[in-house]
Design a protein around this ligand. Structure first.
Ligand code: G6P
Length: 593
């Protein structure tokens, strides 16, 4: 999705906005723009392209000002053009807006505003907001009142930072998309995500939907906006977050993705440090519920598939993993005896939040597994466990996938009264991940990537816990290297896909002790049709053209086996000349339908 940032204070805004955008670029990178307020006037610079490209053309840093806004775009409404890049203004360049989300009723509002004489310059939904505020102010409302009224008129999702150049104020409003307030002794920040201002402050106020922050140089005020658009001033707690600014920096690594793959050694132990009382609550709820659904999207959905196998294997409990955007089709079977376990790195994925809200309306309880503390999912849940991974910046999720599986394993072990045993196994996995990510292991994978770099299709097979692992491996490969990769349960190969196997077609076979005989026989079927078999397993077999050795880790095999596949995807992207941190058309956090 898009990233938004605003700053007001007594430091140079241009540097702060530029640095903030660098940390938000993972949310959108098809166009970028900034606005600086100076002597009641506004300077806007925006264009199509990534931050460094547009900055080298327009120089975002040459304006000295104490109030600024910035936006990096992942286009939804309106093509990728300079005119559609944010910020957007009203007719007189007094109201300046950056927005993340989708205003569903924008056409109707736009037509009405045009009739009232407003002059639109873009095809975006966002521009409606600046003109709507202008209109309400024309009708006699204050800037604050106009913003709160506009927030109740629009339908859809929005996180907005709005500047008033004449009053030298910033307003932030959260409606379904993420927005946090950063507080420091030299100024205030509004941003989609904490890493945007982590270099400047660790003091954060988490905002809820229909909360509005008014910022001027003297301080901040927070209001809740009720359904009739009335503002009620509210006190909010300031949290000090324990994320390290360095965690949000690439440091000496070429990309965030490789940094985050290597960080998994620590990520899994950090994820395993959990409050036993919370695990007890999860466990009790699982045992008392009639039906248990996992709800998640993307990589988190793959983790939920692993979770479903683990719950069955470790404690004999059946669970139903559902892709969040499909959840509404299951709504008739949800009631007050249902437990939803929602899994989300960001805690802001629209599909997940929508599923959770639907389930809550039917009386279900919501327990979640989340990385970003203070995210919307944490507020929407009856209880939640944190992954403790620190910020994950690479669009392709890596360390949070492993952390999600650690938590699912811990929950299952807790239910089965095997908690200590489960925890010990996770500690043991640390050394294994260390070896799987060592320089020599990375070089071996790089060699396989060199062999695969010009292939246009590849397949992955696995059974049991290694089937969702194959799915996650395929997702990593296709999303960043753009090679078509598809995963199959080993047993399904003979039901169709085998017809695609011919001379030179690569198949990555994930094989552990539990699935040795069956998946090896699939690998041999591939070999017999002259396919190339890349075996990922604890043992070698003559069917393998390449072998990636992974030690047997039983229930934790999904973590051990995904490491070489993450590395393979990474090297394939790099060798093919693509930026693994910013895959085309994708975004880290999808806050729209
Ligand atoms: C996007 C990201 C994926 C992620 C998915 C779910 O599609 O590109 O990497 O797995 O959203 O995100 P969540 O934050 O809910 O885990």
């Amino acid at each position: 999705m898009c990233g938004i940032i605003g700053f007001i204070g007594n430091k140079n805004a241009s540097e702060i906005i530029y640095n903030g955008l660098k940390h938000l670029e993972y949310r959108g990178y098809d166009s970028v723009g900034v606005a600086y307020i100076k002597s009641k006037d506004v300077v806007i610079k925006k264009d199509v392209g990534k931050l460094n490209e547009v900055n080298s053309k327009l120089n975002f840093l040459d304006v000295k000002s104490n109030i600024g806004l910035g936006h990096c775009r992942w286009a939804t409404t309106g093509a990728v053009t300079k005119e559609n890049a944010h910020p957007h203004t009203d007719c007189n360049n007094i109201i300046v807006v950056v927005h993340n989300g989708i205003i569903e009723n924008y056409l109707e509002l736009k037509n009405d505003l045009i009739k009232k004489g407003h002059n639109f310059r873009s095809d975006t939904d966002t521009e409606v907001f600046s003109h709507l505020i202008e209109q309400k102010m024309k009708e006699g409302k204050s800037f604050e009142e106009a913003c709160s009224i506009a927030s109740r008129i629009i339908q859809g999702t929005a996180a907005l930072v709005i500047a008033n150049t004449e009053e030298e104020k910033l307003i932030g409003i959260k409606i379904g998309s993420p927005l946090v307030l950063g507080v420091s002794d030299f100024g205030y920040f509004l941003a989609s995500d904490i890493p945007a201002f982590l270099n400047y402050t660790k003091k954060v106020i988490f905002l809820k939907d229909f909360e509005m922050v008014v910022l001027d140089k003297s301080g901040y005020r927070i209001y809740t906006i009720d359904e009739s658009a009335k503002m009620h001033e509210t006190e909010k707690k300031v949290y000090t977050i324990d994320w390290d600014a360095e965690q949000a920096e690439k440091g000496s690594f070429d990309h965030f993705m490789i940094k985050e793959i290597l960080e998994q050694v620590d990520a899994i132990s950090n994820a395993s440090i959990q409050d036993v009382k919370k695990l007890e609550k999860f466990s009790e709820k699982i045992l008392k519920s009639d039906k248990i659904f996992f709800v998640a999207s993307g990589t988190s959905y793959h983790a939920s598939l692993v979770g479903s196998y683990l719950m069955n294997k470790i404690c004999g409990i059946s669970t139903i993993p559902i892709i969040a955007s499909e959840f509404s089709h299951y709504i008739n079977s949800i009631n007050d005896k249902t437990l939803i376990i929602a899994i989300s790195q960001s805690g802001e994925t629209y599909d997940v939040l929508e599923a959770v809200r639907l389930a809550k309306n039917k009386g279900a309880k919501i327990f979640s597994i989340v990385n970003v503390n203070g995210s919307t999912l944490t507020w929407e849940s009856d209880d939640y466990l944190l992954m403790n991974c620190g910020p994950e910046i690479g669009v392709a999720a890596t360390k949070t996938y492993s952390a999600e599986i650690v938590l699912l394993e811990l929950i299952a072990c807790f239910v089965a009264k095997k908690f200590e045993e489960g925890k010990m196994k996770i500690n043991y996995l640390r050394n294994i991940i260390y070896n799987l990510t060592s320089e020599s292991s990375r070089n071996a994978i790089k060699d396989i990537a060199k062999f695969l770099r010009d292939k246009s299709n590849l397949f992955l097979i696995g059974r049991g816990l290694l089937y969702p692992t194959a799915m996650e491996g395929a997702l990593k490969i296709k999303e960043i290297s753009y090679i078509h990769a598809e995963a199959f349960a080993g047993g399904e190969l003979k039901h169709g896909t085998l017809s695609l196997i011919e001379d030179g077609v690569p198949v990555i076979a994930l094989i552990d002790e539990a699935t040795k005989d069956s998946t090896l026989s699939n690998a041999r079927e591939v070999k017999a049709r002259k396919g190339i078999v890349i075996g990922v397993s604890p043992f070698h077999d003559e069917a393998f053209d390449f072998w990636i050795k992974v030690p047997e880790c039983n229930n934790l095999n999904p973590i051990a086996f995904i490491i070489p596949l993450q590395l393979l995807a990474y090297y394939l992207a790099v060798l093919r000349g693509f930026d693994p941190d910013k895959p085309r058309n994708l975004s880290k956090s999808i806050t729209v339908k």
